[in-house]
Design a protein around this ligand. Structure first.
Ligand code: ADP
Length: 259
């Protein structure tokens, strides 16, 4: 493909567009037609009761879960129609564009912090080791963990482990960061340091989709909030509006219960 053949993309074009996502687990219809648009540099936050489908949406965006129906387009890539047979290579193509930070950090226990961070860029993406190490050190410095590069995960606090988890995701240089309740497994006093790192990344312009129960964080960091209940987006909008003047009774009830 010559340079002239590349698709022309304006800034206004979405990085990710999901339309009509449906997913059932057996009889349990978990997603019932989810639409989601994420623009470059945007922080999109998903909130809603437990079991409403937030994690399933997130996992569908990077190919960890395959919806039964709906479409997904990532900027510059083909439109994936889940009604068609979705191949392994399609799922991997999606995964290449994003990196996920899980509730539990999932670090390799037998590898040091530095080894954990370079594993993806060096062994999976095939970048030169020296370059991966340099980049990893830069990222660890940014989250205040330079002195921990030779520590093993069990030698770190939960908050430090989760910050390494975030660095490991950043090291893959994804277009899109996905956070699945990144602080819900942490002791309350450790939540703040992790949210601060995520907020700083948001301020630096990283594009992210965050599933969280931390509504104060959502209000401060999000550009756009979606409230999910029973597999549908009940309501969405900018946080100022959604939190102060929710239009739907279900949103009001959820916010009243949790805030
Ligand atoms: P949330 O993130 O809003 O708590 P989830 O997306 O995790 O919601 O789950 C939505 C529903 O889907 C729940 O009822 C959950 O039990 C079910 N579910 C999620 N993953 C699976 C799975 N792999 N197999 C069966 N049921 C699942």
């Amino acid at each position: 493909m010559s340079l002239d053949d590349r698709p022309v993309r304006g800034d206004h074009e979405a990085l990710l567009t999901a339309r009509g996502l449906h997913k059932s687990f057996g009889e349990n219809e978990v997603l019932r037609g989810i639409d989601l648009t994420v623009h470059r540099g945007e922080v999109v936050v998903l909130i809603g009761p437990s079991g409403s489908g937030k994690t399933t949406v997130l996992r569908s965006l990077n190919g960890l879960e395959t919806p039964d129906a709906g479409t997904l387009t990532v900027e510059g890539g083909p439109k994936i129609d889940f009604a068609d047979r979705v191949t392994k290579s399609t799922r991997f193509a999606l995964r290449d564009r994003s990196a996920m930070v899980f509730q539990h950090h999932n670090l390799f226990p037998h590898l040091t912090v530095l080894q954990n961070v370079i594993e993806g860029p060096w062994r999976v993406q095939g970048r030169p080791k020296a370059e991966a190490v340099d980049a990893a050190r830069g990222l660890l410095a940014r989250v205040g963990l330079s002195d921990k590069e030779n520590a093993f995960p069990h030698e770190l606090s939960g908050g430090q482990q989760q910050r390494v988890g975030i660095v490991r995701a950043l090291a893959l240089r994804p277009d899109l960061l996905l956070f699945d309740e990144p602080t819900s497994a942490l002791d309350p006093e450790l939540v703040g340091e992790v949210l601060l790192v995520i907020k700083e990344l948001a301020d630096e312009g990283w594009t992210m989709v965050v599933v969280t129960h931390e509504l104060a964080f959502a209000r401060e960091a999000a550009d756009h909030v979606l409230f999910l209940d029973h597999g549908v987006v009940v309501e969405e909008g900018p946080p100022e509006r959604l939190f102060t003047a929710p239009a739907h009774e279900r949103t009001r009830r959820f916010l009243a219960r949790i805030m």
